[in-house]
Design a protein around this ligand. Sequence first.
Ligand SMILES: Nc1ncnc2c1ncn2[C@@H]1O[C@H](COP(=O)(O)OP(=O)(O)OP(=O)(O)O)[C@@H](O)[C@H]1O
Ligand SMILES: [Mg+2]
Length: 457
Amino acid sequence: MAKVKSKWICQSCGYETAGYLGKCPECGTWGSFVEEVQNSIKPTNVSPQGIMNDTKPTLLSDIHVGEEVRVSTNIPEFDRILGGGLVQGSLVLIAGDPGIGKSTILLQTGGELCKNNKKVLYVSAEESASQVKLRSERLGINSDSLYIYPQINMENIRAEIENINPDVVVVDSIQAIYSQTISSSAGSVSQIRECCNILMQIAKNKNITVIIIGHVTKDGSIAGPKVLEHMVDTVIYFEGDKYKSYRILRSMKNRFGNTSEVGIFEMNSDGLHCVTNPNELFLNERSQGSIPGSAIVVTNEGTRPLLVEIQALVGTTPYPTPRRVTNGVDTSRLLQILAVLEKRVGLNLSKQDVYVNVMGGIEVDEPSADLGIALAVATCARDVVVDSQTVIIGEIGLSGEIHPVQNIEKRLNEAVLSGFKKAIIPYANKITSDKIEIVPVKRLIDAISACVCPAEK
Ligand SMILES: Nc1ncnc2c1ncn2[C@@H]1O[C@H](COP(=O)(O)OP(=O)(O)OP(=O)(O)O)[C@@H](O)[C@H]1O
Ligand SMILES: [Mg+2]
């Protein structure tokens, strides 16, 4: 009898060993090793990327390719993060929290693609055909060229792709399907890797677009091996605040387009709708009039500027160590800004708790928001206000100087469109505009004196 080979595989990062280990030497996770029996798989002469192993080197100038074929999904926000549409022959991975709307967006995309005379195969490995039908009725999707295929066996899926010959295949989800070539259970690292490999080969060899849904782990990364993200062409994360109806699609990797691009949607009972003016969404909850501890910043999300309100609360602490609590801003970034405020502006916060919140539940990780955060904290501590018609843009250096930011014109245009009258910007970005009053500043202390005014009583 042939010897059964087995490996112990870390379910967190995919590290392999011959025996059990308590702690993974690669990623440091405890108790993550699971034994997986390996069947001998016949090696193919095609790599996962569809590259044959009998190729020859060719001069770059001698290579001729046809035009890159993109298919529009008819969903403008989805097209934006894909870099203009789905590229034929590409493998796209969409990951997100449970219930965020992954199946919804892909069913909607399927419906729209069918309107463009594309044949779509929706492999539903988590829900029955009738459950998908119920969702499609709620979303108002009715199409003759959208096939729903409840299946978890990779080999059957492959056969059905050969049979139907679709233009786009959606696999919902990669964690729920399994390949017979590997005896470990569905969702294990080896299964995910193998199924992704097979889907990659199908996409490249047949030149069809394959979109796979991936679950995320508790810490927010895609469940399964990191290699999954290397194998696919595009990685898109679905984010959102579970208490709000809007959702953000963020591209993390794109071999055919700009990364860090975001698409903003609103979830309603009839599906996800594109939000054409996100600034309205993020600023409409803004308190009327100027209040201490509030500043509007213009961050850059991919190619799109977004106006968001930063709120700060500063109060005397009852504890020996003051608290620094952030929501939507990196805490270490806030600590650095507070240190600069203490040292360069003379604002003593050593006995004060500081809370900083980005309104609308979005994450602001761009350094151009530094100045806005500093002004929100400074105005709250001194009980003064930033005029509510002012936007604040600038990165703060450790000596209190204001560094320039990218795309200043785009940011200012967006501020003008949203009705703002004044902008505090870095001196190095100085430009003139007749639509908005520009206040260029060199140092943090200048910015504070340029835009604060006494609070209305
Ligand atoms: N009738 C409804 N009205 C409004 N929103 C709804 C309705 N039904 C479902 N939803 C929204 O759709 C979400 C579920 O969407 P969907 O099934 O696409 O999520 P998912 O990311 O695929 O979840 P899972 O990880 O479980 O597969 C719900 O969390 C809810 O926000
Ligand atoms: Mg789902």
